[in-house]
Each structure stands twice: as C-alpha cells, then as structure tokens.
Design a protein around this ligand. Structure first.
Ligand code: UDP
Length: 335
C-alpha cells in the first residue's frame, strides 16, 4: 500500500491515478483544505485492475492523525505532496508555511520511522534554486531560494539527507518546473481558489463574465518581453513519481531530479497557444510585473532521463487542450 499525502490536490490526484494504473493500492491522506472531496470520490470510483483506493481525512500537523494511518494500513512507501504552495502568501505568512510544510513533514517522517517505512518520494520545486545563475538549470545549480515557499521545500530536502545518514530513510526529491494540463479524460484537473497560475487564468477568460486575462509584465529581457517558463504536463509528471518509487523499490539511493521539458515558452506564446486551442480572441490587459518572477526558468532534465528513464511526452498544446476540457467541466461544477 502506498500512502499519498495531498492526494486530493491537483498534482497528488494525478499521481494517484498513475499509481493505480501501474497496479498499486493507495491510501490518500488529505485535510481537504486545498484538495477536493470530488477528486477523492472520482479516484475511489476508478477500480483500475481492481485495486483499492482508500481515503483518510487528516492534517499532517496533527501527529496522532498521521500515525493512525500507519496503524491501520501496511504502508510500503510514501509519496508526499501535502503542502501549501503559494509563493506570495508564503512571504506574507511564513509561520503558516513553516508549520504546515516543515513541521507537517517532520510528523510524517516520525510516523514513517516508527513503522520502519524507509522510502519516500517528495514533491519539491524549482523554487529551491531561486534566481537562476544559468539556464537550463541542472541539479548542480546553487539552491538559494528567494521566497519562504522555496525555503520550506529546501529545508525538507536537507532534513531528508540527514534522515538518510542517520536512519537510512531513502528519498527521491522531484523538483518541478511549471506543471500544466489535466487528466486526458477530464476526470480531474487544476482547481485552485484563488487560481494564480497562467494557463487556467488565460482559459478562464474565455468563459465571459467580464474576465480579462492579466499579463504580468512585457518588458523582460526575453525574446518577446514576457517571462519564459518550462511547462511540464501533469500526466508526464505523475509518471515520474511512479518511476521514482520503482527506483527506490529497486534499492536506489537517495536522489533528486528536475522535472521539466527542457523547452521554454513565453507568456505570449502560451497565450497564443490558448487562443489557437480555444478558437477565441481572449481578452487581455498588460499589467505591471509580478514581484519575484525571474525572467527565464528552464529545466535541464537529463538526469531524470538517464537515471529514471523518464521522458516527457506531451506538448504544450496537449497540456492546453486537456486544461481547456477540464476548465469547461469545472466551470459547470462551480456555477
Ligand atoms: N502570469 C501572468 N498572469 C497570470 C498568471 C501568471 O502573466 O494571471 C505569468 C507569471 O508572471 C509568470 C508566468 O505567467 O511569468 C507563470 O506564472 P505561474 O503563476 O503560472 O507559475 P510560476 O512561474 O509563478 O510558478
């Protein structure tokens, strides 16, 4: 049985799908503060290969709640997503982030060690690198995060190194670049409130109600003046977690990998792609730069290719397509 913390959230739920497709049984642990009960229901109804998906509502900040999961199930390994992830909020309210992300993870690791569970795949981030010194960013790039969110994730990576040295706890830390897209069957997708991410925000402006997409800055030192990011499809990303789990099952040592495509797309390019996919002229206004946005972030993903045998398959257009299908469905769920 694999424990997936945060399995009712955007990336976590796609990972649960990938795990059940790969034949694993899963227990989701999620507080549902950010995750969605609708995703849990959808996942529980998918009886892929007759495998079980269970759900426990709980908060990692509550040690007894997470310990009880290990008492109830025989957990073989953990995939850990549960975290707050909004950069601006993390700077305004660091206490909330250190408690939930760092203290919550310490509780999880505590419960793992007590139950002799020694394998964890951890949802880390390109935000641990901070302002890029060079691009594409490989795993040797200095890790000097510039916001609290990135700092919490880097601290956890560091804790995991110490826990390996002292207790033999093996971890794989996956550092995501910009995650995009949705399940190709639109069963689950991106559902944040408030939504801050680029692709859903562009697509939401196609549904009327006076919504205008705000483009944050067109005076960056890039090919067209807008920020360049590496958009990795969420299904490709989910698969990397399954490969990371198998790597640990096969005796792999503690390791860390960038997950991106090695391609950069500007905000304007993503916007054009959304207009193409939706066949609409999307209302847009140019706004000032958003604080803390580096001009360019692109992953070097060679290590994940070489060691995990992972190769992203889906294009930006495929991500925008699946996102649009999901957003159209979500629009009906919400309204
Ligand atoms: N962005 C934008 N309008 C939005 C949301 C994002 O122009 O409504 C820009 C943002 O400034 C950045 C890029 O899109 O340059 C990607 O932002 P996102 O929040 O999706 O991901 P991040 O790079 O912050 O992880």
């Amino acid at each position: 049985m694999i424990l997936v913390t945060g399995g009712a959230g955007y990336i976590g739920s796609h990972n649960v799908l990938a795990l059940i497709e790969a034949g694993y049984e899963v227990v989701i642990f999620d507080s549902l503060e950010i995750g969605h009960v609708e995703f849990v229901e959808t996942l529980k109804n998918i009886q892929a290969k007759g495998k079980v998906v269970d759900f426990i509502k709980g908060d990692l900040q509550n040690l007894s709640q997470i310990k009880s999961v290990f008492e109830k199930y025989k957990i073989d390994a953990v995939v850990h997503f549960a975290a707050y992830s909004q950069v601006a909020e993390s700077v305004k309210n660091p206490q909330k982030y250190y408690y939930n992300n760092v203290y919550g993870t310490l509780n999880l690791l505590n419960a793992m060690l007590e139950n002799d569970v020694k394998r964890i795949v951890f949802s880390s981030t390109a935000a641990t690198y901070g302002e890029p010194v060079y691009v594409p960013i490989d795993e040797k790039h200095p890790q000097t995060p510039i916001n609290t969110y990135g700092k919490t994730k880097l601290m956890i990576e560091s804790i995991m190194d110490d826990y390996d040295n002292a207790y033999g706890l093996k971890s794989v830390r996956l550092r995501y670049f910009n995650v995009a897209g949705a399940d190709s069957q639109s069963r689950i997708g991106e559902w944040h409130d408030p939504e801050t991410h680029l692709i859903p925000n562009i697509l939401k402006s196609t549904f009327g109600q006076g919504r205008v997409f705000q483009m944050f800055g067109d005076d960056y030192d890039t090919k067209d003046g807008t920020c360049v990011r590496d958009y990795i499809n969420v299904e490709d990303l989910a698969l990397a977690h399954v490969l990371a789990l198998k790597y640990l099952e096969n005796g792999g040592e503690t390791n860390y990998f960038n997950l991106g495509t090695q391609n950069g797309n500007s905000v304007k390019e993503v916007f054009s792609c959304c207009e193409k996919v939706t066949g609409q002229n999307i209302p847009v206004e140019i706004c000032p730069r958003r604080q803390g946005d580096p001009a360019v972030l692109i992953a070097d993903n060679n290590k994940a290719q070489d060691v995990l045998n992972w190769m992203p398959q889906k294009s930006l257009e495929e991500s925008v397509c699946s996102s649009y299908n999901w957003e159209s469905k979500l629009e009906k769920i919400i309204n």
